[in-house]
Design a protein around this ligand. Structure first.
Ligand SMILES: NC(=O)c1ccc[n+]([C@@H]2O[C@H](COP(=O)([O-])OP(=O)(O)OC[C@H]3O[C@@H](n4cnc5c(N)ncnc54)[C@H](OP(=O)(O)O)[C@@H]3O)[C@@H](O)[C@H]2O)c1
Length: 281
């Protein structure tokens, strides 16, 4: 049994939602779970409640709203009334209030709108989640954005500031996206940044060709390339936590072990500078 470490968030996007990965997580001190209304074909909340009702109180739980079932599969909406109902539904399905509710990829409904319309739509959606937190339907609220470039097109500085901003993280994130996230964070003072998807959902072959271990302060202490990639993701961009997916308790144990490594922040800065230089050349 390990002490709890909130830096690793077990993400359920690709998960089979089997109980064994949840019990393994608790044994390893992983007590933060991230899901979303549409995961597992819109059944994630219900399946968690069915298979792990006794475990859920032991986790800090985040979920996301913004996608809704539709005849074509899923549709996105920032309608504040639908968002409010979705937060209420999440608590009902889970059998408990989630700790954090994130607006799920708001950029999906902002594409093609004028700046003024996008600003108003995003503002109403953020207010709906802030109100849900105020009313006790969740503890805090936030925004999860797959593409902060689109979100940056909307002026956000006078919108409610999210408690959590969840963004793509790690070596597979391009410099344009890293810059967009930096710019967004500069104007929208989120309480905490969480990284997500440090392996881009898989792509194991990348780590056969690229060794990120030199980004660790002690690169030869036995950690693998995958472990080094995960640990460095906390600095690309700087994040308090990173949501990562696995159905394999052994893989989860490796990720927990990687948390003990220290990243060479100056090497990461040099890498980002090199990416900028490469883009300009
Ligand atoms: N827009 C959004 O809001 C959004 C979008 C994407 C992701 N997310 C969040 O981020 C979480 C993670 O994203 P993700 O699952 O797409 O991508 P990910 O964490 O980058 O990649 C997951 C993949 O990495 C593999 N993996 C994990 N640990 C490993 C290890 N130690 N060794 C080898 N392979 C390993 C897993 O395979 P095994 O199962 O075999 O370990 C799985 O296939 C999601 O669950 C969700 O919480 C949010």
């Amino acid at each position: 049994m390990h002490g709890a470490d909130p830096r690793l968030v077990l993400g359920l996007h690709r998960s089979r939602h089997h109980r064994d990965i949840l019990t393994a997580a608790l044994d390893l001190g992983i007590t933060t779970l991230d899901t979303a209304a549409p995961y597992l074909g819109f059944r994630s909340h219900a399946v968690l409640a069915e298979t792990a009702a006794d475990l859920l109180p032991k986790f800090t739980l985040s979920t996301k709203v913004g996608f809704f079932p539709s005849p074509g599969g899923a549709e996105h909406s920032l309608d504040p009334v639908r968002l409010r109902l979705a937060v209420e539904r999440a608590a009902r399905e889970l059998g408990r209030e989630p700790d954090t509710v994130l607006l799920h990829n708001p950029e999906r409904s902002l594409a093609g709108l004028s700046h003024a319309d996008g600003h108003a739509l995003l503002g109403h959606a953020c207010t709906a989640l802030a109100d849900a937190a105020r009313d006790g339907l969740c503890r805090v609220w936030g925004v999860a954005s797959w593409d902060t470039r689109s979100l940056g097109m909307v002026q956000v500085d006078d919108l409610p500031s999210p408690d959590v901003l969840m963004v793509r993280a790690g070596f597979l994130v391009g410099v344009d996206l890293l810059d967009a996230t930096t710019a967004l964070r500069a104007v929208w003072q989120a309480g905490e940044t969480w990284g997500m998807s440090p392996f881009g959902g898989g792509h194991r072959k990348v780590w056969e060709e690229f060794d990120p271990r030199p980004f660790l302060r002690s690169p030869h202490d036995g950690l693998s390339r995958v472990q080094a990639a995960f640990r460095t993701a906390f600095h690309l961009p700087s994040a308090a936590a990173v949501a990562v997916g696995t159905d394999d308790p052994g893989h989860l144990a490796q990720l927990v072990e990687a948390l003990g490594a220290e990243v060479d922040a100056s090497a990461v800065s040099q890498y980002v500078r090199a990416l900028h230089g490469h883009r300009q050349s």
